[in-house]
Design a protein. Sequence first.
Length: 445
Amino acid sequence: MEIRFGTDGIRGVANADLTPEMAMAVGRAAALVLKRGDKSPRMVIGRDTRLSGQMLEAALVAGICSAGVDVLLAGVLPTPAVAYLTRELGLQGGVVISASHNPAPDNGIKFFGPSGYKLPDEVEEEIAGLASSGNWGNLPTGGKLGRPYQLPDAVEKYASFLLSTVDVSLAGMKIVVDCAHGAAYQVAPAVLRRLGAEVVAINTSPDGCNINVGCGSTHPEQLMRAVQEHGADLGLAHDGDADRVLAVDHNGQLVDGDQIMVICARDLQQRGRLSRNTAVVTVMSNLGLHLALQKSGINVLQTKVGDRYVLEECLKSGAVFGGEQSGHILFLEHNTTGDGILTALQLLAVVKKSGRPLAELAGQMQRLPQLLVNQRVKDKRAVMSSPALLTAIRRYEKLLQGRGRILVRPSGTEPLVRVMAEGEDQGELQRIVDELVQLIRDIES
């Protein structure tokens, strides 16, 4: 079997593209690579609420234990919690079984190294090569096999960590939190309540198949209504594995990752905690973010889309803060990966300490019109290499020069090509996006 890592681990339809046999091979390969001769190697596994999670977990446990590595089973837990536990407990690696914001039939496997950071490309390639080849060498037997253990206090360990990152009471605040029937369904409401907030928790009844369905950060409409219906101060929406968050102000208006980054970057700067006076964002961030941060004298570094590229640039430049418009935001002072609940707490701390409503804080950034269409395709590479598409993109870039921009890129996790246009004239942007989407359809027809 051939195994490949994408921009965020291995993903596919569970039991079709991503099979138990594949999971077992990847688990064994990762354990062999990550244990590196350690005498008592251990790894932790966390998963979201998908029905296929336990099936893949069983296969991963078999693979990891067959390599002589013990496994700590953390159960349902956000992705950033696994990163934290890997680092905090001094483990050789962490594994997350999740497809994040993808539909319920999908699932995925991603790894963290001993430092709590996602694995670098070369290590993922080593694991993929070993798993694909099946050249295992001499595997352990008898008492040298690994063993699985439950980690019953995983949620509490993570909750305590989250609480340690803020020094504010949320008493007097009414917050609606949408957990997307995903990994945050227990810990997110609990942490907010322990900080004193009145919490209305929605979409907290996972059944294995309802994760992300019409809810969460990919479908915030329900939260926008709920905030107004409950007269809440604001709302928070997580995705399936809780590594991102979007917010909603008291008027029911969406506050996206760009606006959250502007609010938090300015706060970090004012408190002298914005290392290098720099924020790292991707090419998807709205031009309004750049203008707002530049007005505050904050440097902005830009990367291609993907939280791993934001992280790489942070580590390269010495920055400690950055993220994506999707709400996947890095506070490297606290954790090694995007953390939706952590981000929510940092945002809430700014709101509480400033005494200003979220709507007013979000108004620090004036958004330029931006249109995004996700076009499903059969072959992303063929579409993106089409001379006709490349010519059209160059033509529209020239048309918008100085007034806006175009970005056409393949999704790193789904069979989609994303078409984005940004500028001052929404009618013009709509025409450009419509024509590019139709061209993509024609290329595949």
